[in-house]
Design a binder for this molecule. Structure first.
Ligand code: ZN
Length: 440
C-alpha cells in the first residue's frame, strides 16, 4: 500500500512539473509574440528633433480668457518617445477589389491596410490608440523624399473620407503593382503618408451606434441618451479633437467681442458645439496626429485635413506669414479648379475667437517655424497678431470639406470620389509634389 501511495505521489509531482513547464513555454512564446512587434520599431522613420523654447508672447496681456490649459512639457515629450510600430505583413499582395459597396466597419478597413502593407513600397505604422483602444494608423506609400501628409475623419460624423482615402490608396497600389509606368514614376519621387481615420471610435459610433463603444465607462457611453450620433463631432471622451491641438492661440480667447456661440467651456452633447478639452493635447488621437506631423513636417510639401461639411476649401491663416498664405492659397485654387469646391480666402479665417487649436493650425504654425513653449504649453513665436513670422518650411496646411453633408450611405462617397473630382484631386496632389521638384 505504502509503495502504491508513493507512486501516486510521484505521478502527481511529474504531472505538476509538466504543467509548470507547459505554462513556462506558453508565457515565453507569448512574450516573444509581443516583443516581435517592438523589434520591428521602424528605424527608417525620420526622427523628431525635440525643439522647445521659453518664448512668451509679448501680447499675452490681451488674452481675455484661457479655457484650455497649455500642454505640460512632460506630456509633450512623451509624444516623441512614443515611437510608431511597423505593422507590415508579409506574403504576396492580393489585389483588393473595393468600390464603396457596403458600409464598412473600421476593422474591415484594418484588413485592407494589412493587405496593402505587403507591397514593397508600403509601410504601415501604428501611431497610437484611440480612447476606446482602436489602432490609429499611418500608411506610407512611395519611395520619394518629399511627403504629402493627409488625414481624415477627425470629426466623428465626418466619415466619408475614410473610405474615400482608403479607396484612393487601393487604386494607387493596384496601379503600381500592375506596372503602370506613370504611377511607378510618381511613387519613386514622392511619398504619401496618410492617417485614413483619426477618430476610429467616432467612425464606429456614427455608423453603428454607441453600443460599438467597448469601454462603457467612457463619457460618450455614459451620456448615450443625450448624444445625437447624427451630428456628433467628438471623440469618446467628448472632446473635439480639432480644437485640442497645442497651437499658439489654441484654447485662448482674445478678441474684442463675445466668444462665438459654438465654443463650449465644458463637455456638452449640444449640437454643433465644440469643447476643445480642459488641456490642449490631452487626447490620444490628437497626440497621434501630432506625432505624425512632428516626424514629417520638415520633409512635407503639403498637409491636407479632410472633413465633410459643404464642399469648400479653407485657405490661409491671417496670423501667419504672407509667404505662407501665398503658397497655401495657390494650392487651394489648384484643388478648387479640380473639385469645383468653393475656395474660402483669409477673410473666412478668424484667430482669437476661441475657435483655434485645429490640426491645420498646428501644421501651419510648424511651417512658420513655431516651436513648443515651455512657458505657455503651446507652439509659440514672438507675437500673436502681426504676422510676425516667416515661412520656414513650405507646407501649406489645407482643410478640404468633401461632400455636401454627413452621410452613411456609401453611394455618396462613391459619387464624391468619381463625380466631384476627389479621385483626381488626390492624384493631382502627388503630381503637385513632383512639379515642385521640377521647379527646383
Ligand atoms: Zn469637420
Amino acid at each position: 500500500m505504502k509503495e502504491k501511495l508513493t507512486l501516486k505521489k510521484d505521478i502527481k509531482v511529474i504531472l505538476f512539473l509538466l504543467l509548470l513547464i507547459t505554462i513556462t513555454i506558453y508565457i515565453f512564446l507569448q512574450n516573444n509574440v509581443t516583443n516581435r512587434n517592438f523589434d520591428n520599431v521602424s528605424t527608417d522613420e525620420p526622427k523628431i528633433n525635440y525643439e522647445i523654447t521659453d518664448t512668451f508672447e509679448s501680447d499675452s496681456d490681451i488674452i481675455e480668457k484661457i479655457f484650455a490649459n497649455g500642454m505640460n512639457q512632460e506630456d509633450y515629450k512623451k509624444i516623441f518617445e512614443n515611437e510608431s510600430i511597423n505593422m507590415n505583413n508579409t506574403g504576396e499582395y492580393e489585389k483588393i477589389d473595393y468600390d464603396f459597396e457596403n458600409i464598412m466597419h473600421y476593422s474591415d478597413f484594418e484588413k485592407y491596410l494589412n493587405e496593402l502593407s505587403k507591397v514593397d513600397i508600403i509601410n504601415l505604422y501604428k501611431i497610437g490608440s484611440s480612447v476606446d483602444n482602436r489602432n490609429i494608423y499611418n500608411i506610407e506609400i512611395g519611395k520619394g523624399d518629399k511627403v504629402l501628409l493627409i488625414d481624415s475623419n477627425i470629426h466623428s460624423a465626418e466619415v466619408a473620407n475614410t473610405p474615400i482615402l482608403i479607396k484612393f490608396l487601393i487604386d494607387l497600389t493596384n496601379k503600381y503593382v500592375s506596372g503602370d509606368k506613370e504611377t511607378i514614376d510618381i511613387l519613386n519621387r514622392v511619398k504619401i503618408a496618410a492617417i485614413p481615420c483619426v477618430n476610429p471610435d467616432g467612425y464606429e459610433v456614427f455608423n453603428f451606434g454607441i453600443e460599438s463603444i467597448n469601454n462603457k465607462e467612457l463619457w460618450i457611453y455614459k451620456n448615450k441618451d443625450d448624444v445625437n450620433t447624427n451630428n456628433f463631432k467628438y471623440n469618446a471622451n467628448g472632446v473635439d479633437l480639432n480644437r485640442n491641438f497645442p497651437t499658439q492661440s489654441g484654447g485662448l480667447y482674445y478678441k474684442d467681442k463675445d466668444l462665438i456661440s459654438s465654443v463650449s467651456l465644458s463637455k456638452t452633447t449640444k449640437k454643433y458645439t465644440y469643447f476643445g478639452g480642459e488641456t490642449l493635447g490631452s487626447e490620444p488621437e490628437t497626440r497621434a496626429v501630432m506625432y505624425q506631423m512632428l516626424t514629417h513636417y520638415k520633409k512635407a510639401y503639403a498637409y491636407i485635413n479632410l472633413h465633410n461639411q459643404g464642399r469648400v476649401i479653407y485657405s490661409g491663416k491671417p496670423n501667419l506669414s504672407d509667404e505662407y498664405n501665398d503658397i497655401t492659397i495657390s494650392l487651394c485654387n489648384r484643388i478648387g479648379d479640380i473639385t469645383k469646391y468653393r475656395v474660402h480666402g483669409l477673410e473666412r479665417e478668424e484667430v482669437g475667437e476661441g475657435n483655434d487649436g485645429t490640426a491645420s493650425d498646428f501644421m501651419a504654425e510648424l511651417a512658420n517655424g513655431f516651436v513648443f513653449s515651455t512657458k505657455t504649453g503651446r507652439l509659440s513665436t514672438s507675437s500673436y497678431k502681426n504676422n510676425n513670422c516667416t515661412l520656414k518650411y513650405s507646407v501649406p496646411a489645407i482643410v478640404v470639406e468633401t461632400t455636401r453633408d454627413y452621410h452613411r450611405d456609401p453611394k455618396y462617397f462613391k459619387e464624391e470620389y468619381y463625380d466631384h473630382g476627389v479621385k483626381e484631386m488626390l492624384f493631382d496632389l502627388l503630381n503637385y509634389g513632383i512639379s515642385l521638384q521640377n521647379n527646383n
